[in-house]
Design a protein around this ligand. Sequence first.
Ligand code: CTP
Ligand code: MG
Length: 230
Amino acid sequence: MFFAIIVAAGKGERVNSVVPKQYLPLLGKPVLAHTLDVFERSPWIGEIIVVINSLHEEMFKKEVWEKYGYRKIKKCVSGGETRQDSVYCGVRELKDRGADFVLIHDGVRPLVDDKILARCVEAVVKFEAACCALPCADTIKLSLDGEIIDETLNRQKIWRAQTPQAFRISLIWEALEKAKEEGFQGTDDSALVERMGKPVRLVLGSEDNLKITTPQDLILAEELLRWRKK
Ligand code: CTP
Ligand code: MG
């Protein structure tokens, strides 16, 4: 069985709007609802857990869950201070389903699509851990002081991580518990599994699958959605 955890408990500080970015509209529908549509419709996904900020519980229930009638959402749970804490809260709900798999996805990546979910599902069954990512088009420079370049990295070895990232539930739970015990904060879920020395398989994401981070991203995401609907 494939579960999905959609993390949507952030404050969206970089967008800086009164309503947090996951609830802002794209073509009249909240960002988070666009994201949930993809998982609700996917034949791969059996159940969805949404992680929200308890301050937004009413807004989530009224403007998203009830309004669009998602049947695969079994539960919404409160998140934590950091994204990793929020993922922890979501996976805790599933930890007794250790033999199954979970796809963890950012609520603010509404342009994910079913082909990406299919690639994650295929990879996680074979490899236990999979991370959506894209090759890097820009040349990447390393600078230790932010002023002088120390090194030009080999771009062919650089990948930009996205979500979903998919795991056997027992594996990501072990990784989350270990990170918590050791006070390690990663910037994605895969990093927690990597630091246990376990291989994580790269899976091709997509250029469209952007994370809404700044106000400009909202404009871009809306255009991409409009273009998709044509
Ligand atoms: N997230 C979460 N819990 C947190 C922080 C983030 O569930 N404590 C979620 C966000 O809601 C988002 C995803 O993780 O869906 C990616 O995080 P990011 O883009 O950083 O969102 P925010 O933290 O909300 O934005 P910002 O960093 O600008 O405040
Ligand atoms: Mg953040």
